[in-house]
Design a protein around this ligand. Structure first.
Ligand SMILES: *[C@@H]1O[C@H](CO)[C@@H](O)[C@H](O)[C@H]1NC(C)=O
Ligand SMILES: *[C@@H]1O[C@H](CO)[C@@H](O)[C@H](O)[C@H]1NC(C)=O
Ligand SMILES: *[C@@H]1O[C@H](CO)[C@@H](O)[C@H](O)[C@H]1NC(C)=O
Ligand SMILES: *[C@@H]1O[C@H](CO)[C@@H](O)[C@H](O)[C@H]1NC(C)=O
Ligand SMILES: *[C@@H]1O[C@H](CO)[C@@H](O)[C@H](O)[C@H]1NC(C)=O
Ligand SMILES: *[C@@H]1O[C@H](CO)[C@@H](O)[C@H](O)[C@H]1NC(C)=O
Ligand SMILES: *[C@@H]1O[C@H](CO)[C@@H](O)[C@H](O)[C@H]1NC(C)=O
Ligand SMILES: *[C@@H]1O[C@H](CO)[C@@H](O)[C@H](O)[C@H]1NC(C)=O
Length: 797
């Protein structure tokens, strides 16, 4: 089974080569320039000058002195010396030890100091060493244990194993980490992780300019921080210690397996993220991100935006607003947020008495906690009037006879997933907009979104015949390989360019490349997937395509053809008129699937997977089961997409898989544990998807809880409710209780068995089919232990 082999090798951790010839030491009198570097004795870290890249802007790039992971092919910086003093020109640039013993970045020709360690050094014979744990140490030449300055005391955004985060009581130094300004600029950013200054044993996440935390780790309980349950449980990757003695008060952690390459950062997203490097995937795999809900981070989308945890991207402009700085936005620096299409009349006409400004309602919103102005207003219209009478007022809400107004920039507005039946549907915010924008928005709202619904019911066989006939007729040219095995058509690139109208109608961006809608012979709708790059040679690609093309099942998306020209690799699939499952489950305003349809979808997906696992010649593990990969045809028959990608992409597959955003989500624990992957990873993902089909919401967040508690982890909640016999509460409220409760209970049981920690506790897909068909009985599942630990309560101050 070649696939199993591939995936297994993907998961071996990166091992560090023994040693290298390069030096780890800089002595007094030595200097080095942009083309040199220090490499730690174990080869793991390097120190040198690097240049940031900015593909989008094309600006002249800045130079920095920093430490990076020397064994990781994807350049990743862990420390930057001069984060706020970028170097523009490398002429005469050097790193050396100055007369006073400090390490300095120097302009050799002008002798001006660009950056210095600024240590108070009494003797001037010093040495610099890049140690094996990634610490840059300025020490005394005569006494190697005397540390005069170290990079661990001045971290940027990365918390190294062995380093200390927190207070040095002797020197008064408080070590904290601060995010980068944006994805490519290491300058001091907006978010900060630091020891609670009030003396409580916890770490706070705050905007740099504020002391009000948007998230905290919870108080250290002797073993772990309650809000990071990932720190507990068996097969831990780290041992963490919180120290409080005369010397200091800090957190430190060490790797259990010294050879593992890990990275703990405070990200541009304001979340703390823990990554491990997986050799096979050639990328960082995220183990956890906290806070879990991206919208918990203060002002993450900037002013006049709406943050939605259940959508990606999470940030959108409020209606009537546009992105203020697309360049910054693209680089995930959202501090400037969105700005008005049209200025308020109140501002441009400088009159509050006869303003033409209007209010546009934004329903189903979670209003910001920050105390708004409360006005004395007896009715909604009085409240509106109160807002209109002050030019700085940008929005109001009127709930329970309380009139609240907001002034100037609106921050931290969150969208909730509201269902029609409950009364906890969030609140409505009335946003002040100019009359011009208001009228445009009002008209837009009336537009009915008409989905493309073009049948794709013809069998691939008929399609093939038609194309062949047409090809002969039109050009007399049949692309080579057309008669290829299994009825798979080899398209020329120009054919597909024409079919997709030069790749204009984008259906979506899948995990491995963008997908475009096209028509073959102007009549047959197809979905053309353009793979991001040529991962495999032509011969092997053709072989794999033909073996994937041979797999046919009602619940699997049919591969119609492919294109393989030069470095171009495209796949052509039958077009699914009802898009993917996520569009029906999670999106606002989507038509809800009724219970019968959902059960049939659950069963269909199970059948498709069982076929992949058990019935085709080579066992195929999908590895990426999620609602986005479950397509629905004109009759809502589910079809699994993207199977066999591991075969097509080889080692690249896992890279793509693991760089996908979000938390571990649908991935089974085996992916992180680094053991061999079996079909049971699909069973796990299936269980997660099944819960979402039942509940109609993303597993990670509770919908619309007005209490602000967004941390209920649904899979665990479901397992508990199942044991308590309260399945009815778990089912999507959009179904208005029109549900077959026996089926719902069965589906819940199946889902909870599928997400068990141990793969041998999970059923096979074949068994799942039999259970859902009612042919086999199933017992009550226990609550999955690992998930329970991960879900623990979280402190959101
Ligand atoms: C750097 O400075 C030198 C000398 O002033 C100049 O010749 C060179 O063009 C500059 N390089 C850049 C990239 O600006
Ligand atoms: C050093 O100074 C020279 C002369 O002013 C200048 O051309 C060069 O760009 C400077 N280099 C750095 C790294 O600042
Ligand atoms: C440092 O070294 C220089 C030259 O070697 C010497 O002139 C100076 O006195 C020394 N300074 C101290 C504080 O030892
Ligand atoms: C070397 O430095 C350490 C730490 O400052 C100190 O404890 C030790 O006494 C020093 N040893 C000598 C020989 O000076
Ligand atoms: C912090 O506040 C100061 C002054 O209010 C401002 O200049 C600075 O840009 C702010 N920094 C951040 C990261 O918001
Ligand atoms: C400003 O007020 C005048 C008269 O009241 C009106 O005609 C004009 O349209 C207003 N300007 C805007 C931008 O609405
Ligand atoms: C408008 O509201 C702001 C914020 O509440 C307040 O500071 C300001 O005085 C008000 N202006 C007028 C004209 O009432
Ligand atoms: C929802 O409505 C019911 C009955 O009208 C009421 O008892 C309950 O308190 C309401 N819940 C909320 C959160 O408003």
């Amino acid at each position: 089974m070649p696939l199993l082999l591939i995936v297994f090798t993907l998961l071996l951790y990166l091992r560090i080569p023994a040693s290298s010839a390069a030096t780890d030491t800089l002595l007094a009198g030595q200097a080095f320039g942009v083309n040199h570097k220090l490499i730690s004795k174990n080869g793991r870290y390097a120190l040198g000058f690097f240049q940031t890249s900015s593909k989008s802007t094309g600006n002249t790039n800045n130079w920095y002195l920093g430490i990076w992971f020397n064994t990781v092919p994807k350049f990743t910086y862990a420390w930057v010396a001069n984060r706020d003093k970028p170097i523009k020109n490398t002429t005469s640039l050097e790193l050396t030890i100055s007369q006073d013993g400090n390490l300095v970045i120097l302009n050799r020709s002008t002798k001006s100091i660009i950056w210095t360690t600024q240590a108070n050094i009494k003797r001037n014979s010093t040495t610099v060493v890049l140690s094996s744990d990634g610490n840059l140490i300025l020490g005394s030449s005569s006494n190697s244990s005397e540390v005069l300055w170290q990079s661990f005391d001045h971290p940027t955004d990365t918390f190294f194993p062995g380093a200390k985060l927190g207070l040095d009581k002797v020197t008064g130094l408080n070590r904290r980490i601060v995010s980068w300004k944006n994805l490519i600029d290491p300058a001091t950013g907006v978010y900060c992780e630091k020891l609670d200054p009030s003396g409580v044993d916890q770490f706070l996440f705050t905007p740099l300019n504020s002391s009000i935390p948007y998230w905290s780790t919870g108080v250290w309980n002797g073993k772990y921080f309650p809000s990071i349950p990932e720190m507990t449980g068996s097969n831990q990757i780290f041992t963490s210690t919180f120290v409080d003695n005369d010397q200091g008060k800090y957190l430190t952690f060490n790797l259990v397996d010294e050879t593992m390459v890990t990275r703990n950062v405070i990200d541009v997203s304001g979340q703390t993220k823990q990554f491990i490097w997986l050799e096979g995937s050639q990328d960082w795999t995220m183990i956890y991100a906290q806070p879990k809900a991206p919208c918990d981070v203060y002002a993450i989308c900037g002013p006049f935006t709406i943050c939605n945890d259940n959508m990606f991207p999470h940030c959108t402009c409020m209606e009537g607003f546009i992105i203020a700085s697309p360049e910054d936005w693209e680089l995930e620096d959202r501090t400037s947020g969105c700005s008005r299409n049209t200025p308020l009349d109140c501002i441009s006409n400088k009159s509050t008495t006869h303003t033409t400004d209007k209010f546009y309602s934004l329903p189903c919103i979670k209003l910001p906690q920050k105390a708004p102005e409360v006005e004395a207003a007896a009715s909604a219209s009085e409240c509106a009037q109160a807002c209109l009478s002050n030019c700085s007022c940008t929005a109001y809400s009127f709930n329970n006879d309380r009139c609240c107004t907001w002034h100037d920039e609106l921050l931290n507005i969150r969208a909730l997933q509201c269902s029609g039946t409950t009364n906890s549907t969030g609140e409505t915010l009335y946003l002040r907009v100019s009359a011009k924008d208001f009228n445009r928005l009002k008209n837009n709202r009336k537009d009915i979104i008409i989905g493309v619904a073009i049948g794709a019911g013809l069998s691939a066989f008929i399609l093939l015949i038609m194309i062949l006939r047409n090809k002969r007729k039109s050009s007399g040219h049949i692309p080579d390989g057309v008669q290829g095995c299994n009825g798979i058509i080899a398209f020329g690139f120009s054919d597909l360019q024409r079919a997709t109208n030069k790749f204009t109608n984008k259906l979506g961006a899948g995990s491995f490349g963008a997908v475009f809608k096209g028509f073959i012979d102007d009549s047959f709708a197809v979905a053309v997937k353009r793979l991001d790059s040529a991962y495999q040679g032509e011969k092997q690609f053709r072989a794999e395509v033909s073996s994937i093309g041979a797999i046919q099942h009602i619940n699997l998306v049919k591969l119609v053809g492919f294109c393989c020209e030069g470095s171009k690799r495209l796949l052509v699939y039958e077009y699914m008129s009802n898009s993917s499952l996520d569009a029906h489950l999670f999106r606002v305003n989507s038509t809800t699937l009724n219970w019968t349809a959902r059960y049939q979808i659950a069963l269909g997906v199970a059948r498709g997977l069982a076929y992949l696992h058990e019935s085709c010649r080579d066992c195929i593990i999908h590895c990426d089961i999620k609602p986005e990969n479950i397509l629905l045809d004109g009759s809502f028959i589910p079809k699994i997409a993207d199977f066999g990608m591991a075969k097509l992409l080889g080692r690249e597959f896992s890279r793509v898989l693991t760089t996908m955003r979000g938390t571990v989500g649908y991935l089974a624990p085996e992916w992180i544990a680094g053991v061999a992957i079996t079909p049971k990873v699909d069973v796990y993902s299936y269980g997660m998807v099944l819960l979402e089909i039942i509940s109609g919401r993303k597993n990670s967040y509770a919908p619309c809880s007005s209490s602000g508690n967004l941390d209920v982890y649904f899979p665990v909640h479901a397992a508990h409710k199942l044991l308590e016999g309260e399945v009815g509460n778990l089912v999507d409220q959009m179904l208005h209780a029109d549900v077959n409760l026996d089926e719902a209970e069965l589906a819940c049981k199946v889902a909870c068995w599928c997400i068990q920690d141990e793969e041998f506790h999970r059923p096979t897909m074949g068994e799942v089919v039999q259970i859902l068909e009612g042919r086999v009985e199933i017992g009550m599942p226990p609550v999955p232990r690992l998930l329970k630990a991960m879900a623990g309560s979280s402190h959101s101050p």
